[in-house]
Design a protein around this ligand. Structure first.
Ligand code: NAI
Ligand code: MG
Length: 492
């Protein structure tokens, strides 16, 4: 059974999508447009304005103009408006989820239940913050002064987001930026511009003033690069590839913008012989294959203790073969297509290289055509017999490809898990209490999940170390990344 496309989604897709600057729908100054595709069919979904440097300059100006009034708004009023946006997201949950499914390919069930829940939850969490931001007073070593800090917004922030969770990636940056009194220019990924545009409209409908949230669609090399260069931008929050993260940090350095980077990973998942093996195998399957492996925290390196290696590998392969790959609108799809032909080619390239380098293909490895037509579908793929330095086992693939390794002891697995230049997430399956906590401390990662994987909460900090980036999102400390502290000295 296929989900019916909603009439409001059809109407949205039929419109020529413009930029959202200062509360107005405007075409790109150049008049250029680009197509966004449905990855389940490879066909065009909608035509979208291709913003470039000139449009970015207009959007930054609009955000700058809107900033003083937004920053001066009573905190309780900012809270009300952010909650109102969350209410509208709830009211338009099916519509937004369908836009995400059509633009990104992921199963509608996941977009509706998981992605929308997370996005709305984040927004509500941040909506609660404006009234809770505080400064401090200080016991300075002189009787003559009263000293305190004020927490002030940065000004104009920029968000450059990827295509794998287009709604969550947007709310994760809109929430704290706006809660702290900043205004924002959002540049969504060119593969998935639609939900962000709709979100921008809902923000206006919620009563968030024009110019507070601007959405400029366009390519990374033009619109994205212009944002990271623009002197009127005070902070850039980026999620995407390590390569582009490096470029953005270098470009932003010229004007000393604040930068936070959430980049890639090659996250290890470690299963000990004393773990609940059935639960661990099931979790390992979802750790890598959810969102078709297009997940920054994908558990793409699975280390299994030698004693239980064969048993766990067999269970993981068996469960993987039961996964249903199909269009996101089909009710029984577990996994959708990859985002693009480029991403499919990239994943297939790694599969080919893995086989050439001598890794053993245990399941998958092929594009799925036939009834699935021209969509970018790839079988979930598992290799074992992978040497630590093979590309398939070391590079971020960002597709449904798992490498399985055997390990002997704690030192061995910690050394190999930490050998990656990335350090985003790690998973650990064991019932040995001391070992669990000892290893949680030893693993080089921004998040460690023990006997679970892939849990997020807006209250819990998230981010990586090493080539996975710097800065954290979510949690209370992110408010510090969207504000400056001003120290005020008063002579008594
Ligand atoms: P990307 O890093 O090129 O794109 C992410 C965002 O950055 C998009 O909005 C894009 O328009 C923008 N961008 C691209 N070039 C830019 C530039 N020079 N200046 C400013 N902004 C720029 O990621 P892409 O090409 O879509 O995917 C390539 C690889 O990146 C994937 O195979 C995966 O390994 C990794 N990736 C990681 C993500 C994560 O969540 N950690 C998300 C997306 C991709
Ligand atoms: Mg790119």
């Amino acid at each position: 059974m296929m989900h019916e496309i909603l009439p409001e989604v059809r109407a949205f897709l039929a419109r020529a999508q413009k930029l959202l600057i200062g509360g107005e729908h405007v075409p790109a100054a150049s008049g250029d447009t680009f197509e966004t595709l449905d990855p389940a069919t490879g066909l065009a979904l909608a035509r979208v304005a291709a913003g470039d440097a000139e449009d970015i300059a207009r959007a930054v100006q609009a955000a700058r103009t809107a900033f003083p009034a937004w920053a001066a708004l009573m905190p309780a009023e900012r809270e009300r408006l952010l909650h109102r946006l969350a209410d509208l997201m709830e009211a338009h949950r099916a519509e937004l989820a369908q836009l995400e499914t059509l633009d990104n390919g992921k199963p509608y069930r996941v977009a509706f239940n998981v992605e929308m829940n997370v996005a709305i939850g984040q927004l509500r969490y941040y909506a609660g913050w404006p009234t809770k931001l505080t400064g401090e007073t200080y016991a300075v070593s002189s009787p003559d002064f009263h000293v305190y800090t004020r927490r002030e917004p940065l000004g104009v922030c920029a968000a450059i987001t990827p295509w794998n969770y287009s709604i969550v990636m947007a709310t994760q940056k809109i929430g704290p930026a706006l809660a702290c009194g900043n205004t924002l220019v959002l540049k969504p990924a060119e593969q998935t511009p639609l939900a962000a545009l709709r979100l921008g409209e809902l923000a206006l409908e919620a009563g968030i003033p024009p110019g507070v949230l601007n959405v400029v669609t366009g390519l990374g090399e033009t619109a994205g690069a212009a944002l990271s260069r623009h002197p009127g931008v005070d902070k850039i929050a980026f999620t995407g590839s390590t390569e582009v993260g490096r470029t953005i940090a270098a470009t932003a350095a010229a004007t000393l913008k604040h930068v936070s980077l959430e980049l890639g990973g090659k996250s290890p998942l470690i299963i000990w012989d004393d773990a609940d093996l059935e639960a661990a195998a099931e979790a390992a399957v979802w750790a890598i294959f959810s969102n078709s492996g297009q997940n920054c925290v994908a558990g793409s390196r699975l280390y299994v203790h030698t004693k239980v290696y064969d048993r766990v590998l067999e269970a993981v392969v068996k469960r993987t073969r039961q996964l249903n790959v199909g269009p996101g609108l089909a009710e029984d799809s577990d996994l959708g297509p990859l985002i693009s032909q480029a991403q499919l080619d990239r994943a297939l390239g790694f599969v080919e290289r893995g086989a050439l380098e001598g890794a053993a293909l245990r399941t998958g490895g092929h594009r799925l055509g036939g009834a699935l037509g021209a969509g970018y579908f790839l079988e979930p793929t598992i290799f074992d017999g992978v040497a630590d330095d093979m590309a398939v086992g070391a590079a971020e693939i960002f597709g449904p490809v798992l490498s399985v390794f055997a390990f002997e002891d704690e030192d061995d697995v910690v050394r190999r898990a930490n050998a990656s230049p990335f350090g985003l997430a790690a998973g650990l399956w064991t019932n040995h209490l001391a070992r669990a906590h000892r290893m949680a401390a030893r693993l080089r990662a921004g998040v460690v999940w023990i006997n679970t994987y892939d849990w997020f909460d807006p209250a819990v900090p998230f981010g990586g170390v090493g080539q996975s980036g710097y800065g954290r999102e979510l949690g209370s400390q992110v408010m510090g990344m969207y504000t400056e502290l001003k120290s005020v000295w008063v002579k008594l």
